[in-house]
Design a protein. Structure first.
Lengths: 775, 482
C-alpha cells in the first residue's frame, strides 16, 4: 500500500535535527572543528580602567615571549578599526583611549592559550585616568548619549495628564541580563590564497562577521567567507559581538599568516561582551478611579555602554512595547541610549521589548494596588479593543488582537479567581510565609523595526537521486530553525524530512543575509526556502506534464511520489528523469516581508507584520524573614499561530519563560565603584537551575492560534515573545510583598531575595513613619 | 623517575606521561584525546557542561559511578580509575544509552552544548539510584546549567530513561571492568612528574606523614573543587602537590555514643547520610551549597583548610562545637575549630600540617540546632549569609548558646554578643529580640555582589528569629527546600 503522508512534514512534532548528535557528543561546535596544523591560540588583554587615555603601549617583550607568533594593537589593523552595526567608530581594539573595564586593548597569538596569556602579561600599557560615567543617572545628568533621543507620541500627554482625576509619578529600575550562552564566544580565522580569509564563527549573523572582517582587513566582502553550523546558544549575544571576536582572530591570522582561534574564557566573555540593557524608567501617569489609563509621559533610559552597537534600535523596541496590550489615549515616550563606561550592551531575546513591557505592566500594577483593585481587572479594563481603542502610540492599528480570548481561556483553566481567594486567605492566616499571584499578558510585535532587514534568501538543490540539500541565511542556535525549515521544504516536495540534508550557514551560499534575530528566523528564511522549493517543484511539474503528456493540473506530489495522470513515479525517479532531460534542479529563493514600513522621523507607520500573544499566571511563596521565595505554579498559554513543529515551539515557550524568570529574579549584574563587573562567572551570576522550575508547570500552545497575516504556513514567530510571560513571576512577587508589607512596596527588577525583603522592610517602616507623624 | 598515570578511558587502558600534573581532565580529553563531546562552559565547576563520570570498585568489587566536573579535576587523580565520557555511552550496536535516548525522546536538547553534561549526570543517577523521586532528580541535576530548555523536558527524561529497563553496555560487565582496573593497583602511591612539577598521592597515613616531613612547603590538594580554580582562573603553577584523595585512613567516618569523627578526606557525599541522621538542616545545607559533582569530590577538610569566609561547612561545625585534629611532621594536635581561623584566608595550620579529622559532639538532651543558608538561588550558590545556631536548653532557660556565621566577616565567626544575650535567659521572643540587637553589633559585614551589608545584617537577625519560631513549634516558618 502506498504511503499516505510523509514523515516530518509541517506540524509534525519531530525532534531537533541534531538531537542524536547532542546527546552523543558528536555535534560539532566551532571549538570542536579539527584544527588545521599550525593553528595558533589567541588571548586578549583587557583594560583595567573604566575610562583612561592610553599614554603608551609597549609590546616588544610580549612579541618575543616563548611561542608567540603575533601581537596586535589597534595600529596593526590593516583596514578600519570599526565594527559598529549602526554607527561607525566602534573599535575592536582600544585606540588611544579605553572606555570600560574589560575592553580589549591588545591581542596575542601563540602556540597555546597559556603561552599567549603569559606573553600578554609582559606588555606594558600606561594609562591616564579620565572621568568615568558609570550609571544611567550620571549619563542623563551629563547628557552623555550614544545616539539622539527618540520620541514617540500620540495625542497630548501633557493635556491628558492635566485633566486626569488621578496621577502618579514614579521611577522604576530594570536590571540587565547576561546571555550566558553555554558556549562562549569563539572564532577561528584561516588564511586562504589571494589574501582571502575563511572564518568559522559562533555567530547569529555570518554576513555581519563577513562584512566587518573585510572592513578590518581592508579587503572586499568577496574575500571573506563566514561559516557556522551551530551555536551553543545565542539569545542575541551573538548578533553583533562575534564580529569583535572574529575580527581579532582575523587580524592576528593576517599578521601571523597562520590560522588563529580565539575562544574566550567565561570570565573574559562576560567582562568583554555586552548584555541586556538595564533601564531606568521615569513616568508620570494619569488615570481614573476605575484604573483606566488616560495619559502617560515616560522616559525610558537605557545603559548603552561605551558605544552604540544596536542600542538605538533596542531603545526603539522598548518604546514600541511600552504599551503592551493597553490603550493609552494620550501618550509620550522618550527613549535615551545612555553612554556609560561599561560593556556595550547589545541584543538579547526581546531586544528592549521586555523592558518596555515590564515598565507599563508595573504602572498598571501600581495603579491597581493604589486603588485597591484586583490587578487583573485593571489590566483587562485597559486592554486594546479589537476595532476601537486599538491604535498604538506609533499609529499602527492592531488588527489581530486575541488577548481577550486568551485571557478568558487562561483565567478559566488556571482557576485564577478561586486561587486569588485562596492566596488572600492564606495571607490573612500566615505571619512568615506570604503568597502572591499575578496574571500578565504579552503582545509582541513581529518584524525587524528597521524595515530593510526583513529579507531572506535560500538555496535548494535537488540531486538526481531525489535527495535534497537545503541552505538558507538563518543560523541554528538551538531554537530548531533548521529542522523547521527542513519540514517546510519536505512538505513542499512531499518527501520525508530525512531526504532533506541541512547544511551549515555560510556567506558563500546565501549572501547579504540579516541576523537570525527578532524571532524572524522561520518567518523569513522559511518563506525564502519555500519559494526556492516551489520554483523547483514548478519546473518538475512542468517537466512531468511534458514527460507523461498530461495536463500540469494532474501532476501531484504526494508522500514521496509524484502522480502524473495515471503514471506514478517516486520523487527520486522524477528527479533522475528531469536531470536527464536537462531540467535545472537548483534554485535560490528570496523573501521580503510585505506591508511593513516605519518612518522614524515621525515615529509612525506599520513596523510590525503581525503580533504574537501570550498570557501567564504565576504563583509564588515568599519567606518574609529572608526574602527568599519559590515559584510554586505557573500556567502559560501562548499563541504560535499554526505550529510548524509543536515540540520545538513548546521548547521555546518553556525555555523563554524560565530565561525571563531568571532575568527578573536571581540574575543580577553588579559593578563595583570603579566600574568593574564583579558578577562575571556562574559562581557569582546565577541563572535558573532545575529546582527553579515551578513544581506545577502547565504550558499550553493556544489551539485556536492562527496567523491572519500571510506568514509561512500561518505560523507565528516564537523565539522572543514567551520570555515576557515571566513578567507574571515578578508581579506575583510584588503581590506577596504587598501582602507582607500591608502597603504598596517599591520593588525593582531583578526581584532578588534581597530586593524582595528590603521592599517589604522599607514599606513597613514607611507605614510606621506615617503613623508616627500622624500622632 | 616518574610513574605514569594509568586508568581506563571508557573501555580502553591509558598510560599518560608528559602532561603537567595540573592538566585538567577536560584539557586532556579535548586536547590529547580529541574527544570533544565534553565541553567547557565555565572552568570553575559551576555549569556542568564538562561533567564526566569516574568509576571505582567499591569494597565488594562492584563499580561505583560518580559524576565529577572534569574542568577542575587534575588528570593524575584519575590514576587507577575508569573515566567515562559521553562518547563512551553508546552500546556496541551504536544504540544510544537509555539516558541519551530519553533526552532525544523528551526533546530535552536545544543548542546541545550543555547536553553531554546532563547526559553524564543522568547516567550517574541511573547507575546509582534505581527509582529516583522528583527530589532526587532535582538534586542530581543541580550542577548542570541549561540556558535553552527551562529544564522541564530534562527532568522528564530523567524519569523516562528508566522505562527502557536494562539493556545497556554498563549493566552487565561492571565486575569485569573492575577486574581490569586491578592492573592499575599500586602498593606505593603515585609519584608523577612532568615539566619539573611533581604530584604525590600517598596511599597511607604513614606514607603521607613521611612525604609531609620531606616536603613541608608542598601544596596540599584534597577534592580540588576550590584548588582547581587556582589553576583554571588564576593560572598558577605548582612545583609540588601532595594529594590526599588516596589516603584511605583520612576518609574514615566513625561514630561513638558521644561523638562522631569525620575524616578530613571524606567527601561531602560520604558524610551526608550521617549529617541527615543527626542534623537534618546540616544535610540540607550541604545539598544546597554543592551539586553532586562538587560534593562527590569536595572534602570536609578542604572546606575548612581553605579558610574561605563564605565556606558553608565551618559555621555549622563551629556552632556544633567541632574540634579539628591537625597532623604534622611533629605529630597531632587538636584545637577548637573557631580557634583555627585567624583572618581572611589565614589559619592556624603550619607548614607540613594537614587537617586530618573533625570531631563533633553528638546532640544531647535539650540541645537544639539548625543551620540556614541565604543566597540568590536555592541550589549551588554561595551564601550571602550562612547562620548556624546551637542551644542547650535547661528548665526553659538557655544554658549554652553557640551562634556562628559565614558571610558576615573575614572568617567564619561566632556572634559572641548575641550568645551572651541568650545565655541564662528564657528562650522566648523577648530574649530573641534582645539577642537580635546584640547580633547586629557582632558584625560589620560588607557590601558586595552577593548582598548589601544592610541585607546581611537584617537576614542574620531574622535567621535567629526563624530559629526561635522553628524550635518553638511554629508551622510555616520557612519554605520547604524539597
Amino acid at each position: 500500500m502506498a504511503e499516505t503522508c510523509i514523515e516530518g512534514g509541517v506540524s509534525a512534532a519531530i525532534p531537533h535535527d541534531s538531537a542524536h548528535k547532542h546527546v552523543s557528543g558528536e555535534a560539532i561546535y566551532t571549538d570542536d572543528i579539527a584544527e588545521t596544523p599550525g593553528t595558533l591560540h589567541a588571548y586578549v588583554l583587557m583594560s583595567p580602567r573604566a575610562h583612561a587615555r592610553i599614554k603608551s603601549i609597549e609590546v616588544s617583550a610580549a612579541a618575543v615571549a616563548p611561542g608567540v607568533a603575533a601581537v596586535v594593537t589597534a595600529g596593526d589593523i590593516p583596514g578600519k578599526n570599526d565594527v559598529g552595526p549602526i554607527f561607525s567608530n566602534e573599535p575592536i581594539l582600544a585606540a588611544g583611549v579605553v572606555e570600560y573595564i574589560g575592553q580589549p586593548v591588545l591581542a596575542v597569538a601563540a602556540t597555546s592559550i597559556a603561552a599567549a596569556r603569559e606573553a600578554a602579561q609582559r606588555a606594558r600599557v600606561e594609562y591616564e585616568d579620565l572621568a568615568a560615567v558609570l550609571s544611567i543617572e550620571a549619563a542623563l545628568e551629563a547628557k552623555s548619549f550614544v545616539a539622539p533621543a527618540h520620541e514617540m507620541k500620540r495625542g497630548d500627554a501633557e493635556r491628558g495628564l492635566g485633566r486626569a482625576p488621578l496621577r502618579l509619578k514614579g521611577e522604576f529600575r530594570i536590571g540587565g541580563q547576561d546571555h550566558f550562552y553555554l558556549e562562549g564566544q569563539v572564532a577561528v580565522a584561516v588564511p586562504q590564497e589571494d589574501g582571502d580569509m575563511l572564518v568559522f564563527s559562533s555567530t547569529q549573523h555570518p554576513s555581519e562577521v563577513q562584512k566587518m572582517t573585510a572592513r578590518l582587513l581592508d579587503v572586499p566582502a568577496h574575500a571573506v567567507t563566514c561559516e557556522v553550523r551551530r551555536m551553543g546558544g545565542g539569545f542575541g549575544g551573538k548578533e553583533t559581538q562575534p564580529a569583535i571576536i572574529a575580527g581579532i582572530a582575523a587580524v592576528l591570522a593576517r599578521k601571523a599568516g597562520r590560522p588563529v582561534k580565539l575562544r574566550l574564557d567565561r570570565d573574559d566573555d562576560m567582562l568583554i561582551t555586552g548584555k541586556r540593557h538595564d533601564f531606568l524608567m521615569r513616568y508620570d501617569v494619569g488615570y481614573d478611579e476605575q484604573g483606566r489609563l488616560l495619559a502617560l509621559d515616560m522616559i525610558l533610559a537605557a545603559r548603552a555602554g561605551h558605544v552604540a552597537d544596536l542600542s538605538p534600535s533596542i531603545v526603539d523596541r522598548a518604546l514600541f512595547h511600552a504599551d503592551n496590550c493597553y490603550f493609552i489615549p494620550d501618550v509620550r515616550l522618550i527613549g535615551y541610549s545612555c553612554k556609560t563606561n561599561t560593556q556595550s550592551n547589545t541584543a538579547f531575546r526581546g531586544f528592549g521589548g521586555p523592558q518596555g513591557m515590564l515598565a507599563i505592566e508595573n504602572i498598571v500594577d501600581e495603579i491597581a494596588r493604589r486603588l485597591g483593585k484586583e490587578p487583573l481587572k485593571v489590566r483587562k479594563l485597559n486592554y486594546y479593543g479589537t476595532t476601537t481603542r486599538n491604535v498604538t502610540p506609533y499609529y499602527q492599528a492592531i488588527e489581530d488582537n486575541v488577548i481577550h480570548e486568551m485571557t478568558a481561556a487562561l483565567e478559566a483553566s488556571s482557576a485564577y479567581v478561586a486561587r486569588r481567594r485562596e492566596v488572600d486567605s492564606w495571607n490573612r492566616a500566615e505571619a512568615v510565609l506570604k503568597k502572591g499571584l499575578a496574571f500578565t499578558p504579552v503582545k509582541f510585535g513581529i518584524s525587524f523595526t528597521t524595515t530593510f532587514l526583513n529579507q531572506a534568501g535560500a538555496l535548494v538543490h535537488v540531486y538526481s537521486d531525489g535527495s535534497v540539500q537545503l541552505n538558507h541565511g538563518g543560523t541554528e542556535m538551538g531554537q530548531g530553525l533548521y529542522i523547521k525549515i527542513a519540514q517546510i521544504v519536505a512538505e513542499e516536495f512531499q518527501i520525508d524530512v530525512s531526504r532533506v540534508r541541512i547544511t551549515a550557514t555560510t556567506t558563500a551560499k546565501v549572501p547579504n543575509t540579516s541576523a537570525t534575530a527578532a524571532s524572524s528566523g522561520t518567518d523569513l528564511n522559511g518563506m525564502a526556502a519555500l519559494t526556492a522549493a516551489r520554483e523547483i517543484k514548478n519546473r518538475l511539474t512542468a517537466f512531468a506534464a511534458r514527460h507523461f503528456q498530461v495536463p500540469t493540473a494532474s501532476v501531484r506530489f504526494i508522500a514521496n511520489r509524484v502522480e502524473a495522470g495515471e503514471n506514478t513515479v517516486s520523487f527520486g525517479e522524477l528527479a533522475g528523469l528531469a536531470y536527464k532531460a536537462r531540467v535545472s534542479l537548483s534554485s535560490t529563493g528570496f523573501y521580503r516581508t510585505p506591508l511593513i514600513h516605519y518612518d522614524r522621523s515621525t515615529a509612525s507607520g506599520r513596523p510590525f507584520f503581525y503580533f504574537a500573544y501570550g498570557v501567564a499566571v504565576a504563583e509564588v511563596v515568599v519567606d518574609t524573614l529572608t526574602g527568599e521565595y519559590k515559584v510554586t505554579r505557573a500556567d502559560l498559554l501562548h499563541d504560535v499561530g499554526r505550529s510548524i513543529n509543536p515540540a520545538i515551539d513548546m521548547g521555546q515557550i518553556e525555555g523563554g519563560f524560565i530565561q525571563g524568570m531568571g532575568w527578573l529574579t536571581s540574575e543580577e549584574l553588579w559593578w563595583d565603584k570603579a566600574g568593574a563587573l564583579k558578577t562575571h562567572a556562574p559562581s557569582t551570576y546565577k541563572i535558573p537551575v532545575a529546582r527553579d522550575l515551578p513544581a506545577d508547570f502547565r504550558v499550553q500552545i493556544w489551539e485556536r492560534g492562527e496567523n491572519p497575516a500571510e506568514s509561512v504556513h500561518r505560523s507565528k514567530a516564537v523565539g522572543e515573545p514567551p520570555l515576557m510571560l515571566a513578567n507574571a513571576v515578578f508581579f506575583a512577587l510584588k503581590d506577596a510583598a504587598h501582602a507582607a508589607a500591608g502597603t504598596v512596596p517599591k520593588l525593582d527588577a531583578p526581584a532578588t531575595p534581597e530586593r524582595v525583603l528590603l521592599s517589604i522592610a522599607d514599606a513597613r517602616s514607611q507605614t510606621k513613619l506615617l503613623a508616627a507623624n500622624a500622632e | 623517575m616518574t610513574d605514569a598515570i594509568r586508568f581506563l578511558l571508557n573501555g580502553e587502558a591509558r598510560v599518560v606521561e608528559g602532561l603537567d600534573p595540573t592538566t585538567t581532565v577536560l584539557e586532556y580529553l579535548r586536547g590529547r584525546e580529541r574527544l570533544c563531546g565534553t565541553k567547557e562552559g565555565c572552568a570553575e565547576g559551576d555549569c556542568g557542561a564538562c561533567t564526566v563520570v569516574v568509576a571505582e570498585p567499591d569494597d565488594n568489587g562492584a563499580l561505583t559511578y560518580k559524576a565529577v566536573n572534569s574542568c577542575i579535576r587534575f588528570l593524575p587523580t584519575l590514576d587507577g580509575k575508569q573515566l567515562i565520557t559521553v562518547e563512551g555511552l553508546k552500546g556496541a550496536d551504536d544504540a544510544l544509552h537509555p539516558a541519551q535516548q530519553a533526552m532525544v525522546d523528551c526533546h530535552a536538547s536545544q543548542c546541545g552544548y550543555c547536553t553531554p553534561g546532563f547526559v553524564m549526570s543522568l547516567f550517574a543517577l541511573r547507575h546509582t539510584n534505581p527509582s529516583p523521586s522528583r527530589e532526587d532528580i532535582l538534586q542530581a541535576l543541580a550542577g548542570n546549567l541549561c540556558r535553552c530548555t527551562g529544564y522541564r523536558p530534562i527532568i522528564e527524561a530523567a524519569t523516562r530513561m528508566y522505562d527502557s529497563g536494562s539493556g545497556n553496555a554498563f549493566d552487565a560487565p561492571t565486575r569485569q571492568t573492575a577486574g581490569r582496573m586491578g592492573q592499575f593497583d599500586r602498593l606505593v602511591g603515585l609519584r608523577y612528574e612532568a615539566n619539573g612539577h611533581e604530584f604525590i598521592a600517598p596511599r597511607s597515613l604513614d606514607e603521607l606523614t613521611a612525604v609531609l616531613k620531606q616536603h613541608p612547603q608542598a601544596h596540599i590538594l584534597a577534592g580540588g573543587t576550590d584548588f582547581g580554580l587556582f589553576v583554571t582562573k588564576q593560572h598558577r603553577r605548582f612545583d609540588r602537590l601532595i594529594y590526599l584523595g588516596e589516603v584511605a585512613e583520612l576518609r574514615t567516618v566513625t561514630e561513638s555514643t558521644t561523638h562522631v569523627e569525620l575524616g578530613a578526606g571524606a567527601t561531602w557525599s560520604a558524610v551526608l547520610p550521617l549529617l541527615d541522621r543527626h542534623w537534618p538542616s546540616f544535610g540540607e545545607l550541604i545539598r544546597r551549597f554543592a551539586s553532586p559533582p562538587i560534593r562527590n569530590s569536595a572534602t570536609l577538610g578542604g572546606n575548612i583548610a581553605n579558610a574561605s569566609p563564605i565556606g558553608d561547612g565551618p559555621p555549622p561545625l563551629i556552632a556544633l562545637g567541632a574540634s579539628v585534629l591537625l597532623l604534622g611532621p611533629d605529630g597531632e594536635r587538636e584545637l577548637p575549630l573557631d580557634a583555627f581561623f585567624h583572618d581572611y584566608r589565614r589559619t592556624d595550620r603550619r607548614p607540613g600540617e594537614i587537617v586530618a579529622l573533625i570531631r563533633l559532639p553528638l546532640p544531647v538532651p535539650g540541645s537544639e540546632f539548625a543551620v540556614y543558608k541565604v543566597s540568590k538561588r536555592l541550589d549551588q550558590d554561595i551564601s550571602a549569609v550562612c547562620g548556624a545556631f546551637a542551644l542547650r536548653l535547661q528548665n526553659g532557660l538557655v544554658a549554652e548558646a553557640r551562634l556562628a556565621f559565614g558571610g558576615m566577616a573575614a572568617t567564619p565567626k561566632r556572634a559572641r554578643l548575641a550568645e551572651n544575650a541568650l545565655v541564662g535567659r528564657p528562650w522566648n521572643a523577648a530574649t530573641v529580640e534582645a539577642a537580635a540587637v546584640a547580633l547586629a553589633r557582632d558584625f560589620t559585614p560588607l557590601d558586595d555582589m552577593r548582598a548589601s551589608a544592610r541585607y546581611r545584617t537584617l537576614t542574620a537577625t531574622n535567621l535567629l528569629r526563624r530559629f526561635h519560631l522553628e524550635t518553638t513549634g511554629a508551622a510555616n516558618a520557612r519554605i520547604a527546600y524539597g
